[in-house]
Design a protein around this ligand. Structure first.
Ligand code: ADP
Length: 443
């Protein structure tokens, strides 16, 4: 694999801004690597049209889009039967004549990549042997993932060629690229358009900026992207995608995309309503482990995720559980993203029944079939305050799709009892005490 090693630090004391940015990049890639289907959502898309008087089209089938037959074939070969929520509105806008600019926001897994890949493939003319679409991604690894989608969807359209503008990709001076689609990172893309003139930016028809929120987390990427954008012709279609939309992302988006249509799809709310929450009182980590064993002895747990505060605890606990005969998967901070993806896949496939992990590693990951979540350590932020958001994310379920779940919190000090009480107050949901020597009450 050409994928370089991205290392993740998850020591709590390193939770600075830089750390957050690394987490963001890694989570984003991890999500791509483990995603194999659409994220379910019942929310409606919000649409803000550039011209509110023009009719708003949305499609319920790919046929309605009048795609080239080779592309329709590619779409179906990928197993897509109908457009996703966001694609229903985004695709007609992106494929309209004249092309429309778009800013789209929706969480990872809702079909953004597939949508803009289809738009790029639709807009290129394979008879023209020069770049017509540019797609910038925050990292090499993310660019590769998008490239794979282009290759899959363009499987029956082999005349369209793709090239990666990424660091280390050396071309001879004076080269003029023949490929219709160029995908890469902003720095190299900028050099290829400007300094080296491998690409004639004036001939670009579609400019895609993917993962805008991750992009601006990387020093320099924002400026480089804007400089590329400025070289493009006025009538070039500008498309920008992001999973989240903070003020900073929004400001950036508006500099990249003039006169945009805007589509937003809210993330499904997580709730604790369908979760039974308990806590167990212990004195030390050995007692917590014993309590865990008692729980395992008393109830049938198909699959569980166990969260620890540090790598060290996670490693120790995984060892202890293995010794007890459990099949344990450990997700740890020193693992590369690809290794982590492999661990998660094995767990999802049921090859292991227990996943022990630290918080950072598991952020943003959903394993739907898990019905029991154990906070071996309660989630706290870097100042030692309760991290309510993480708590909700670990154990919460999305409303309609949520099955019932069980959450067990391990408390081992006055301090963690205090944290637990504050979490309980925050959500106004009772967390019941569980006596692990008498476990009749759960299940
Ligand atoms: P995003 O870019 O928002 O993270 P993707 O485009 O990567 O989302 O799509 C998420 C997953 O859903 C991918 O595995 C993709 O192949 C699949 N997918 C995308 N669009 C559809 C569709 N219309 N029908 C079925 N699966 C789809």
């Amino acid at each position: 694999s050409q994928i370089s090693s991205l290392r993740i630090k998850d020591k709590p004391e390193e939770n600075g801004d830089k750390q957050r940015d690394t987490d963001l990049i890694n989570t984003s890639l991890l999500n791509k690597l483990i995603r194999n289907n659409l994220v379910n959502t019942t929310n409606q898309v919000e649409v803000l049209q550039k011209d509110p008087n023009s009719p708003l089209y949305s499609v319920k089938s790919f046929e309605e889009l009048r795609l080239k037959p080779q592309l329709l074939q590619g779409v179906y070969a990928m197993g897509f039967n109908r457009p996703s929520k966001i694609q229903e509105t985004a695709l007609p806008m992106m494929l309209a004549e004249p092309p429309q600019n778009l800013i789209a926001q929706s969480q990872s897994g809702t079909g953004k990549t597939a949508a803009f890949v289809l738009a790029m493939l639709s807009h290129v003319d394979p008879n023209n042997h020069f770049p017509q679409c540019l797609c910038v991604s925050p990292t090499y690894e993310l660019a590769l993932q998008t490239g794979k989608v282009i290759e899959q969807m363009g499987k029956y359209y082999p005349e369209v060629k793709l090239v990666y503008a990424i660091r280390g990709q050396k071309l001879q001076r004076g080269t003029k690229l023949q490929e219709q689609i160029v995908i890469g990172t902003p720095g190299t893309m900028l050099d290829w358009c400007g300094k080296f003139k491998f690409i004639d930016p004036k001939k670009i028809r579609v400019f895609v900026l993917d993962e805008a929120d991750v992009m601006i987390a990387t020093q320099g990427h924002q400026d480089q992207s804007i400089r590329i954008q400025r070289m493009l012709p006025k009538n070039c279609q500008m498309l920008l995608f992001s999973a989240t939309f903070e003020e900073s992302v929004w400001n950036f988006a508006q500099r990249i995309v003039p006169d945009p249509n805007i589509i937003k799809l809210k993330r499904e709310e997580e709730t604790l309503d369908t979760i039974k929450q308990y806590y167990v009182l212990c004195n030390c980590k050995e007692e917590k482990f014993q309590a865990l064993c008692n729980i395992y002895g008393a109830i049938t747990i198909a699959q569980a995720m166990i969260f620890c505060h540090t790598r060290k605890t996670a490693g120790w606990l995984a060892g202890e559980l293995s010794r007890e005969g459990h099949q344990v998967a450990l997700l740890s901070g020193e693992m590369q993203v690809e290794q982590r993806a492999a661990v998660i896949e094995r767990f999802r496939d049921g090859k292991e029944k227990v996943l022990v992990t630290t918080n950072v590693c598991a952020r943003g990951i959903d394993v739907e079939q898990v019905s029991v979540v154990i906070n071996f350590d309660l989630p706290v932020d870097k100042d030692g305050n309760p991290d309510n958001e993480t708590y909700l994310h670990r154990i919460g379920r999305t409303g309609r799709f949520g099955k019932r779940g069980l959450a067990i919190n391990m408390v081992d000090s006055k301090m963690s009892m205090n944290i637990l009480n504050r979490i309980q107050e925050h959500f106004s949901k009772k967390i019941e005490r569980l006596d692990t020597d008498d476990l009749d009450e759960i299940e």
